[in-house]
Design a protein around this ligand. Sequence first.
Ligand code: ADP
Length: 316
Amino acid sequence: MITLRGLTKRHGDTVAVDGLTLDIEEGRVTGFLGPNGAGKSTTMRMILGLDRPTAGRALIDGKPYASLRHPVREVGSLLDAKALHPGRSARSHLVAQARSNGIPVRRVDEVLATVGLAEVARRRAGAFSLGMYQRLGIAGALLGDPKVLILDEPVNGLDPDGVRWVRELVRAQAAQGRTVFLSSHLMSEMQLTADRLVVIGRGRLLADTPMAELLAASASASVRVRTADPDDLRGLADRLLVHDGVSVEPARPPGGGAGERNEIVVRGLTAGEIGDLVHRLGVRLHQLHSVCASLEQPYMELTEHSVEYATRTAKV
Ligand code: ADP
């Protein structure tokens, strides 16, 4: 578990991180989101003892990173995949890391196999692609078999197969009871990977919430309702519209055009609330299902006042 209490970092007049208080718990993947310059890297650096907080604390299982007895065996991290000597091979880089941390060298070959670099392990890292660097960085994070993983943009530069591999890896790590804290700018990937989300903007906490709750509360979340009899639909729609903030529109097929006459899309109510109403009205249903919102929409709404380099959408 990672605990942040009033965590703050100032660089002169710039407040990079502003009083963050939250718990990042074990057994789940916590996604860390925020626009460029929001303070994500600075937060991770403070957790890892690389930046000293101006105020507040960052603790790993109750202790500051600097007082951990075997840091690499307790926390695995990937902050900058390219931060290694380009003349070294992947294997010698990891062997040096293992030796200096009291980790048996056979573990190096294990993690190289885990990340799919066994065949290129003796090649100069300087000739690696960004995706290979990322895999090597992840190997380094896994080396000490740590209980806590902190990964900054781990899927950056990976191909779709690599992105999926990272997703499955971190989900498996969390399922084993480890704490996984990772950032990514890929919203769709974060939606598939994280159980919980922490969103910051201009150093401040904007949201700390289960992914499912954020998506369900989003204005873009909707429920598709199909009745057995088209005549029932009008009465149902009228009853739904009695509720504040509810909208109803005819369902359209994905390619556009007219949809079924007995199908509508409802926003502002959950499938459960609609199901209860349908039951009270005695309407026969043929379909009732929630359409998963995309993370992009609630993320944009949360951070709209926090972006450093705002662009205006051109009118067409
Ligand atoms: P993110 O990782 O979310 O993009 P950062 O943590 O890198 O954000 O940066 C947060 C803010 O702090 C930015 O405005 C950045 O310019 C500033 N900052 C980060 N490190 C330093 C530093 N060493 N000196 C001065 N300002 C810094």
